[in-house]
Design a protein around this ligand. Structure first.
Ligand SMILES: *[C@@H]1O[C@H](CO)[C@@H](O)[C@H](O)[C@H]1NC(C)=O
Ligand SMILES: *[C@@H]1O[C@H](CO)[C@@H](O)[C@H](O)[C@H]1NC(C)=O
Ligand SMILES: *[C@@H]1O[C@H](CO)[C@@H](O)[C@H](O)[C@H]1NC(C)=O
Ligand SMILES: *[C@@H]1O[C@H](CO)[C@@H](O)[C@H](O)[C@H]1NC(C)=O
Ligand SMILES: *[C@@H]1O[C@H](CO)[C@@H](O)[C@H](O)[C@H]1NC(C)=O
Ligand SMILES: *[C@@H]1O[C@H](CO)[C@@H](O)[C@H](O)[C@H]1NC(C)=O
Ligand SMILES: *[C@@H]1O[C@H](CO)[C@@H](O)[C@H](O)[C@H]1NC(C)=O
Length: 829
């Protein structure tokens, strides 16, 4: 009996509760308020407004959440940075149309909408869309305020993101601080109006991801956005506003877009069957999504094979900091290749397909002209770096024109979707592009012919073998492989193979793959030959990312073991100095050993100083800077680097000049690495070049930092005189050193100076340099200065010691037939 009444009472209570729930109001007026624990529920029961505590926090916030979703999902928070620490919170509507939250303190509000409207009757209603609105009078009155104008981390259907051009109000999302704290976090998703509008995901002020421009169908950076999406994106750009919003046709689906506190933008829908939110889209996705992952003018392609580098330069560009790129950091970006230029110089455009169009903050858009006129407009203006159509339609019709007038930022390639982008390139690049387009179609034809021929042959063989011998099935299967889908593409894949195929043996320095080097140098074609170095021939090459390289292919009989080679390469890779050529990587495969260096367009110093016409372009100041640069590079090798390196083959042809004529010492092929306190060593394999070798080295095989100083002295005298030491064939059959020494004695030293320098030089400085040169070539090693002494003497006006007699070991009466020949082996002992 008793239990029955209890049951009845409970049922009654439940009924009451249910009644309360069903009749929950969606509106408050100026005379009502909403206490903590009470709810305002939208008419369709989809959303509820009330106080809540997020995650593990006990703080109270006023927010809007889904009413019918089992997992507490808050879509908007009022007092996100001003929590209430108890349950005293009250929401009320004052008589100027302000929504106000009070906490424990009944006088000072915790939060307020800060509006002041005229009239004194207002009502606040939670709409079916999840929008909390304040009206004047009843719900037919003018809108005073709405929560959709102040988004927090969630975009709901019908809500806008963008900018109200009339009021300047910006609609943007900001992440929560954490699951437990809805305060303003560090990530935001915001429209940027500079140039042409785009949305950016920011971390603080740093851009993380970009939607790309709106192309009429989708965001250029969101190729998966198709019209079959369960939502329709609406983009508005007029004088009132520029904004996007989305609608869902099926209102029974709960869908939201959130800027997550871990820095992703997620699109989620509520799955009733699983009772959970399912994410179906999230950015940033792959590494190429991250803003400017490959830097300015870079192009990111995440479809490369596993382990390969995703960054490339746009056509006509090369890496700005080659070494960073080879260590797989593309963020420094790319610069234009230094060539004829792209301004009214027969330049053209290379088409890139499936691109995410570059950042439009430097872009201009003209919707009234088409692609052809767009090209013309772009060509006319030298600041234009590329163009594309502004809009596409579902039928594939393109219209409008975007031109970019600055670095092309944040371009990437999609495996599907994307748009055509036309990048401005110089005449050389354009000619190559046209040629490759032609040869591609030719290659296609050749492949087709070969394939059909092989197929016919195979068919004949097949029929014959079937007739004659049935046993050879196995072998025929092997033949069959010829027609597997892989074989037709195998040519392409080896060509496209990236140069970063590291074997893992040497994490610091990239090991290049032979195939790539063969492709880059056009199979070591003689037209790519740059010269012959100490241990082999040097070739010019171009990697598929556009980077130009110099490949030194070591002669097969160089006698060095693989391990020894690797060690040496690794050590040298650690050397970094402005005046040393950068080693980019190496290659050991089959019996090939190769070193890959940065390519320097101006080649060797010898091609300037020993050439009368080119030499005249090197005036004295420049020559002095070159001498100083070489000295600094040598100081670094000898003492400033972690290792002590004796170069052993310093000579004019081993000093390369970069585009601004800065000297870079190259060819460490013969360099020896000394222990920190080792001064001298002995070898029975004397390597080096006649004319530059110190006497003790050439005759006794003794080498030390002082033998490099000797070579430097010879080089210095050559730079000033424009003559080679070892080919100097004057009256008395003395070499350049001897000649200078004689003139020094007769106080006619300046006679030696290259005639093309006569105008540009200061005789005092030249004389001082020759003096230093003579100090370097003194016969006894102890008399010679160190390289740091030399660098000091070059830069400071100190008094110099008098030079003693230089070594005259290279007098060759009768003229030598061994000129600039590098000797690899002289048995000295
Ligand atoms: C709330 O959920 C229940 C079951 O999960 C469903 O029957 C009801 O229609 C939902 N109400 C709304 C407004 O979505
Ligand atoms: C709550 O916050 C008020 C000030 O806003 C403070 O005076 C009070 O001590 C706090 N109460 C608790 C339990 O932290
Ligand atoms: C309202 O104004 C106060 C004081 O100026 C300010 O602290 C608060 O952030 C404003 N509230 C909103 C929602 O903008
Ligand atoms: C949604 O509705 C719009 C217009 O009402 C229509 O154009 C679109 O095709 C619909 N989308 C889907 C996926 O049904
Ligand atoms: C934020 O996104 C990450 C990655 O998508 C996810 O693992 C995490 O659960 C999300 N956090 C919230 C609060 O949704
Ligand atoms: C678009 O280009 C056409 C042709 O050059 C020009 O007449 C027109 O003024 C341009 N419109 C805008 C908005 O720049
Ligand atoms: C080229 O375009 C830039 C950027 O819009 C503009 O400032 C410049 O005046 C244009 N130059 C010419 C010659 O049209």
């Amino acid at each position: 009996m008793c239990s029955f009444t209890i049951l009845l009472l409970l049922l009654l209570l439940l009924l009451l509760l249910l009644l309360q729930f069903c009749t929950a109001r969606d509106t408050i007026t100026t005379i009502q308020s909403l206490k903590d624990g009470q709810l305002l529920v939208s008419g369709n029961k989809a959303f509820a407004l009330g106080f809540f505590s997020p995650g593990k926090s006990t703080n109270r916030y006023l927010g809007i959440r889904y009413n019918n979703v089992s997992e507490q999902t808050v879509v908007w928070v009022a007092n996100r940075d001003r929590p209430i620490n108890d349950t005293s919170g009250v929401l009320s509507l004052d008589n100027t149309g302000n929504l106000v939250i009070h906490g424990p303190d009944k006088k000072i509000p915790v939060w307020s909408t800060n509006v002041s409207a005229s009239g004194n009757v207002f009502s606040a209603q939670l709409l079916d869309s999840g929008n909390l609105v304040v009206f004047q009078g009843d719900s037919k009155g003018a809108l005073v305020w709405q929560s959709f104008d102040y988004p927090t981390d969630t975009l709901l259907p019908l809500m806008k993101l963008g900018v109200d051009r009339r009021t300047g109000l910006s609609w943007f999302l900001t992440s929560w601080k954490s699951r437990d704290d809805p305060g303003i976090g560090e990530y935001s998703f915001k429209m940027d109006l500079i140039g042409y509008p785009e949305f950016f995901l920011y971390k603080g002020l740093v851009r993380l991801w970009r939607t790309g421009l709106w192309n009429g169908v989708r965001w250029s950076g969101v190729p998966t956005m198709t019209p079959k999406f369960i939502f329709n994106v609406h983009y508005v750009d007029n004088q009132n506003e520029v904004s996007m919003s989305y609608l869902i046709n099926d209102t029974s689906i709960f869908s939201r877009m959130v800027v997550n506190e871990s820095g992703t933008i997620d699109r989620l829908t509520w799955h009733t069957d699983h009772q959970q939110w399912i994410g179906f889209w999230s950015v940033p996705g792959d590494q190429c999504d991250y803003y400017s992952h490959c830097g300015a003018n870079g192009n990111c392609d995440s479809s490369v094979n596993a382990g390969e580098f995703e960054c490339m330069c746009l056509p006509g560009f090369e890496p700005k900091l080659a070494r960073d790129w080879y260590l797989r950091d593309g963020s420094s970006g790319c610069k234009r290749k230094r060539r004829g230029g792209t301004c009214q110089n027969q330049e053209g455009f290379i088409k890139m397909i499936r691109a995410k169009l570059p950042d439009t903050s430097t872009a201009l858009v003209n919707k009234t002209i088409g692609l052809k006129e767009c090209e013309t407009e772009c060509l006319k203006n030298c600041s234009c770096q590329g163009y594309s159509s502004a809009e596409i339609s579902l039928g594939g019709i393109e219209s409008g024109c975007v031109t970019w007038h600055g670095d092309l930022m944040d371009t990437r390639e999609f495996s599907s979707g994307g748009q055509d982008l036309y990048v401005r390139v110089d005449a050389v690049e354009f000619a190559q592009y046209l040629k490759s387009q032609q040869s591609h179609s030719k290659k296609g034809m050749v492949v087709a012919i070969v394939v059909s021929f092989v197929a016919a042959l195979f068919f004949v063989i097949c029929v014959l073998s079937r007739l004659v011998m049935r046993k050879r099935k196995g072998k025929r299967r092997q033949n069959n492989l010829l027609f597997s889908p892989n074989s037709s593409t195998s040519f392409k894949t080896t060509q496209m193979e990236n140069q970063f195929d590291e074997s893992g043996t040497n994490a610091e320095l990239p090991l290049f793959n032979l195939t790539n080097i063969v492709v880059a140098t056009d199979n070591f074609s003689s037209s790519n030959k740059l010269g012959r170095g100490g241990f082999g021939i040097v070739y010019k090459g171009q990697l598929h990312n556009g980077q130009e390289i110099a490949v030194k292919r070591l002669a097969k009989n160089s006698g060095q073991g693989v391990e020894e080679f690797k060690n040496e390469v690794t050590l040298i890779a650690k050397l970094q100095h402005r005046n040393l050529v950068r080693l980019l990587g190496y290659c050991i495969e089959q019996d090939e050993k190769m070193l890959i260096y940065e390519y320097l367009p101006n080649k060797g110093l010898d091609s300037f100083i020993f050439d009368k016409t080119k030499g005249s372009s090197l005036e004295w100041r420049k020559r002095f800077e070159i001498i100083l640069g070489i000295a600094r590079g040598m100081v670094y090798l000898h003492q400033d680097s972690r290792l002590r390196i004796i170069h052993r083959d310093l000579k004019a042809s081993n000093v390369l000049l970069d585009a601004s004529m800065n000297p870079k010492i190259s060819d460490f092929g013969m360099a020896r690495i000394f222990g920190a306190d080792q001064i001298e060593a002995n070898t029975n394999r004397v390597v080096g070049t006649y004319g530059y070798m110190s006497p003790e080295y050439a005759m006794e095989g003794l080498f030390s930092i002082k033998s490099d100083v000797f070579s430097f002295g010879v080089l210095l005298l050559e730079i000033i005189s424009g003559r080679k030491n070892n080919s100097y064939n004057q009256d008395n059959f003395v070499n350049l050193i001897g000649h200078v020494w004689n003139l020094w004695g007769e106080e006619k030293t300046l006679d030696i100076v290259d005639s093309s320098l006569a105008e540009s030089c200061s005789s005092q400085e030249v004389l001082r340099c020759i003096h230093i040169g003579l100090l370097c070539v003194q016969e006894f090693t102890t008399d010679r200065p160190t390289m740091s002494d030399v660098a000091f003497m070059l830069c400071n006006e100190t008094t110099l010691p008098l030079p003693k007699q230089p070594a005259f070991i290279f007098d060759r009466p009768g003229g030598s037939s061994i000129n600039d020949l590098t000797l690899t082996t002289i048995q000295a002992r």
